[in-house]
Structures are given as structure tokens and as C-alpha cells.
Design a protein around this ligand. Structure first.
Ligand code: PEP
Ligand code: MN
Length: 371
């Protein structure tokens, strides 16, 4: 096997309904009943914002005794839902017999989960079961941050004869304590894209975030990095979901999320939006520097008065009052107190330099140039 198999991937537009924004795949973590499936799927279809319905049927659970999915009995319900909504159906497969039965039922798209991609023996067995069918396959990253395992799984699927392949970035397991369930390590999906040009790479913000409260920020980051789409877990009643109740969102919340994403406005190009945000950051930085130069000018004048009256340059009581006041003001503006403290420490040290006459402040020369 060469270092990297040259794979030819069919563009998304060849196999999925086109969308004005990124591709959106959404649906429940697990199918729980025909009613739950219908309620969730019909709202997603009615939104007109979702191109594929995802649904877990065989659930990989870390511990025995937890809800492991309804298995193949849910497949005919999914086929019925496809008839009702027109949405193509994607199902996770973890063993060759899962592939076989999905092919029998005519499921549209298969995906390999993180706990399968991590095991090349199982990936190869699934690839063998797919061989000859040409069915589209989505490959989630392995649980561990191992680009080679992810790339290898994609190569095995390609060598089994399908050119309809997509990668799903769902983050990586870590022992570190982090706010997210799985750390994103964005460099890895970006490196995968470099390795396989043309391979669509979408983001699963639900499994990265692990909680709906972080879903929007992970999704925005994925869009900023120009990922090709999203796979989001949606349940009509998330709090009572049998799996992943914290990270699933309602269909209405999904619509809200998509409507507020940069680049999801059909009239707006995400690159243009990014460029306009960057210009805005440039303007803010220039304004900040002007304000800082003005502040140093005042420090210089204070230093002159202190020197004339032999007053101490460092005045800890005044400095403490400043820090307390600015931390308070910063908190009202949503700034982290630790950040404000660090910033003020830097500013104070620089002010002391200027007041001690170590160098003339840029603002004073800029001001005098104007006169
Ligand atoms: C899922 O998508 O429901 C799932 C089990 O995901 P992962 O393989 O990313 O854990
Ligand atoms: Mn899940």
C-alpha cells in the first residue's frame, strides 16, 4: 500500500440534494419508537434546512446494561419516514451484518462511528461487506487523535469500491478535564482535508460539545474553518432521550442555530462574512492602540508632576483601586476578570516605564507632530 492511496471522491452535489448553505444532516442519536422518529423527522423535513436524516439503530455503549438501540426492527420505520419526508436516511453500522441488513432495506447512507474507525480489523470487515454495493459511507474520526487511522479507514472504504465518501469530525477523547465532551483538535480534520483533496469533511458538533450549551460555539468554529457541513443530534424531547440527552436539541433549536450561523444566510457568502469580521477586528485593534497611546500620554504628564513634587511613581493603593474598578467594569462588559487583571498588570508596568521617563511616549510625539 502506498503512503497515501490516491482516492477519487464524487462531489457532494452528485449524491445529495443541494443546499444553499452547508450540508445539514440531523436526527436523533437513537431511534426510540416510530412516534419519536416521526415527530422529530417531520419537523426537520418541514424546516427545509436539513438534507439527510441521521438515526442510530445499533448504539455503541461503553457499559453493558444501557439502552443499546432497537436494532433492525427500526429499519422499516426509517424507510417509511423516508417515504413521508423525502429525506435520505443515514444509519451507523458497526459490524458486517449491520451493513448487510441496511443494504437489504435500502438505507441510503452508512456511517462508521468513532469506536469502529479506531479498529482496522473491523473497518476492513465493514469494507468487505460494502464491496460491490457502491453505497455512500461517512467515516467518523477514531476516538483517539490518530490521523493515520482515520485516513486508513477512508482508504479501506474507497478500495471496497465506493467513491461516495465523507469524513465526519466528532472530536477526540481525552483524560484532561475540558468543558467539551471530546476535544476538537481542529488541525486533524484540516490535515485530513489536505491529504485527500475533494473529500467532504463535515463536523458533528453534538459529540464534540457533549452539551447543547456549547453547540453554537463549536458549530460557528466549524463554519469559520469552512467545513462542508454539519451532523447534529436532534430529538423532539431531548431531556427524555434514551441516549445523549444533554447534547440533543429540539428541531426548533436546530433551526435557530442554523439561522444564526455566519454564512447560513443564503444571501451571504461565508468567506465574505469572515473577511468583514477580520476587517472589524483590524479596526478594533487600531482603535485600541490609539487609546493606549492616549493613556501613555496621560501617564507621561502624571510622571512629570510626580517628579516635580518628588512623589513616588509606584502607588499601590491607587493601583489596587484601578484594578478593582476595571475588573468590575470588565465583568459588566462580559470580560474575564483574570484577563482584565493580566491586561492591567501589563498596562501598569508600561505606565511606570513612561512615568519614570524611560522613553518618551509615542502619543506625545504624535500629538506634538500635529501642532
Ligand atoms: C452517534 O453519532 O450517535 C455516535 C455514537 O457517535 P460517535 O461515533 O461519534 O461517538
Ligand atoms: Mn449520540
Amino acid at each position: 500500500m502506498p503512503e497515501s492511496t490516491p482516492i477519487r471522491i464524487n462531489p457532494l452535489s452528485d449524491w445529495l440534494p443541494s443546499a444553499p448553505g452547508p450540508l445539514v444532516i440531523a436526527g436523533p442519536c437513537s431511534v426510540e419508537s416510530p412516534e419519536q422518529l416521526r415527530e422529530t423527522a417531520s419537523a426537520l423535513a418541514a424546516s427545509g434546512k436539513v438534507q439527510v436524516l441521521r438515526a442510530g439503530v445499533w448504539k455503541p455503549r461503553s457499559r453493558p446494561g444501557e439502552f443499546e438501540g432497537l436494532g433492525s426492527q427500526a429499519l422499516p420505520w426509517l424507510i417509511d419516514i423516508r417515504k413521508e419526508t423525502g429525506l435520505p436516511i443515514a444509519v451507523e453500522v458497526a459490524r458486517p451484518d449491520h451493513v448487510e441488513i441496511c443494504l437489504e432495506y435500502g438505507i441510503d447512507i452508512l456511517w462508521m462511528g468513532a469506536r469502529t474507525t479506531v479498529n482496522p480489523f473491523m473497518v476492513q470487515e465493514i469494507a468487505n461487506a460494502i464491496r460491490g454495493s457502491g453505497i455512500p459511507v461517512m467515516v467518523k474520526n477514531p476516538v483517539s487523535p490518530d490521523l493515520k487511522l482515520w485516513a486508513g479507514a477512508i482508504e479501506r472504504i474507497f478500495l471496497a469500491g465506493t467513491s461516495y465518501i465523507m469524513a465526519i469530525h466528532r472530536g477526540f477523547k481525552t483524560h484532561e478535564k475540558t468543558i467539551y465532551r471530546n476535544i476538537p483538535l481542529w488541525d486533524i480534520p484540516l490535515a485530513l482535508r489536505m491529504e485527500f483533496p475533494g473529500l467532504p469533511v463535515i463536523c458533528d458538533p453534538s459529540h464534540i460539545a457533549g452539551h447543547r450549551r456549547w453547540l453554537a460555539e463549536v458549530t460557528v468554529m466549524a463554519m469559520m474553518l469552512q467545513m462542508d457541513g454539519l451532523m447534529v443530534e436532534v430529538h423532539h424531547d431531548p431531556a427524555n432521550a434514551l441516549t445523549d440527552p444533554q447534547q440533543q436539541i429540539t428541531p426548533a433549536a436546530l433551526i435557530g442555530l442554523l439561522d444564526n450561523l455566519p454564512g447560513m444566510d443564503p444571501a451571504g457568502d461565508p468567506r465574505q462574512k469572515l473577511s468583514s469580521l477580520r476587517h472589524s477586528i483590524d479596526r478594533h485593534d487600531h482603535r485600541l492602540l490609539e487609546l493606549l497611546a492616549g493613556r501613555m500620554q496621560k501617564a507621561w504628564e502624571i510622571g512629570r508632576i510626580k517628579r516635580l513634587h518628588s512623589e513616588a511613581i509606584r502607588q499601590p493603593v491607587r493601583q489596587k483601586d484601578i484594578v478593582d474598578d476595571r475588573v468590575d467594569k470588565g465583568s459588566q462588559l462580559g470580560l474575564d476578570p483574570e484577563f482584565v487583571k493580566k491586561l492591567l498588570h501589563l498596562l501598569h508596568e508600561e505606565s511606570i516605564n513612561v512615568q519614570s521617563g524611560k522613553y518618551p511616549p509615542a502619543a506625545s510625539s504624535a500629538t506634538s507632530n500635529k501642532h
